[in-house]
Design a protein around this ligand. Structure first.
Ligand code: UDP
Length: 334
């Protein structure tokens, strides 16, 4: 059985669904701080007897003991965390408690119950302002906000837990994750939504909230920020490969997950108008604090060592995200 923490959230639920499609037994652990009950209902429907849900909190040791006790957990895939850069600058305690203390509690429970393999959601935010583009795994990790620091701290703790207790980890440093399940069963659903693609797409609906481009005088091709958008299903495939790698006895390691290509906010906006075939109201707004101009992954290492090969295009990501937004919009009308 595979434990997926944070499986009621955006990326964790895509992971759980993929494992279930591969006939794995899955237990999802989630406290619904940002996840959704509807997502768990979908996973129950898809996974049937192979799926189990355990409502609990990483900060509650009784919950963790009850989770691990009596379950044959082979490996853990750990998503449960808060992940908003701006919020982390205003409320660092929330980030250090949940992301760092929560992860320590999870690792301690793994050690106690002899589970020694973990795939961890890390982030490009651990690099901070990049020294080089594309960013390699060997680039300096120097986070510039508490979110990035919380994830980097967990990476370092994982090295120590490997040395001391033999817990092997694969840390996957995500760039910008985009898109939804291609069968439209699950997708991104944050409240409030802060991410670029869902925000542009939401501006196509009736309320026509004006989409804001955060800054147009960056030192980039068109003045707007450049990011590396990786499709969520491609991202999940990398997790499956990482799991396989650990189950085959692989050593602790870390990989960037991105496409090696960058797109500007304006390019994404243009592609969204093409996919939706709608005029989307927009305005240029203030820069958002802490946004680096360009973040692009060098993804060679994951390709070489894990055999990963991202296949989806940006068009695929925006299309699936739009299908999901349409479905949500219909649901909200009822
Ligand atoms: N962005 C924007 N308007 C929005 C949301 C995001 O212009 O409503 C920009 C943001 O400044 C960044 C890029 O889009 O340059 C991606 O932001 P997002 O929040 O999706 O991901 P992040 O890079 O912060 O992880």
């Amino acid at each position: 059985m595979i434990l997926v923490t944070g499986g009621a959230g955006y990326i964790g639920s895509h992971m759980a669904l993929k494992l279930l499609e591969n006939n794995e037994k899955v237990v999802v652990f989630d406290n619904f701080s940002t996840g959704h009950i509807e997502t768990i209902e979908t996973l129950m429907k898809e996974g049937k007897d192979n799926f189990e849900f355990f409502e609990g909190d990483l900060l509650n040791l009784n919950d963790l003991n009850a989770l691990f006790k009596g379950r044959n957990i082979e490996a853990v895939i750990h998503f449960a965390a808060f992940s908003l850069v701006e919020e982390s600058t205003k409320n660092p305690a929330k980030y250090y408690k949940n992301n760092v203390t929560g992860s320590i509690n999870l690792l301690d429970a793994m050690h106690k119950y002899n589970v020694n393999k973990i795939v961890f959601s890390s982030t490009a935010a651990t690099y901070g302002e990049p020294e080089e583009i594309p960013i390699k795994e060997t680039s300096l990790q120097n986070p510039v906000n508490p979110y990035g620091t919380s994830k980097l701290t967990v990476e370092k703790i994982m090295d120590d837990y490997d040395r001391a207790y033999g817990i092997k980890s694969v840390r996957l440093r995500y760039f910008n994750v985009a898109g939804a399940d291609s069968k439209c069963r699950i997708g991104e659903n944050h409240n409030p939504e802060t991410h670029l693609i869902p925000n542009i797409l939401k501006s196509t609906f009736n309320n026509k909230k004006t989409f804001k481009i955060f800054g147009d005088n960056y030192n980039t091709k068109d003045g707007t920020c450049v990011r590396d958008y990786i499709n969520v299903e491609d991202l999940i495939n990398a997790h499956l490969l990482a799991l396989k790698y650990l189950l085959a006895g692989g050593k602790t390691d870390f990989f960037n997950l991105g496409t090696n290509e960058g797109n500007s906010v304006k390019e994404i906006f243009d592609l969204c108008t093409k996919v939706t075939n709608k005029e989307i109201p927009f305005e240029i707004a203030q820069k958002r604090a802490g946004d680096p101009a360009v973040l692009i992954a060098d993804n060679k290492k994951a390709k070489e060592i894990l055999g990963w090969n991202p296949e989806k295009t940006l068009y695929d990501s925006i299309k699936s995200a739009y299908m999901w937004e349409l479905k949500q919009n219909e649901r909200n009308k009822k």
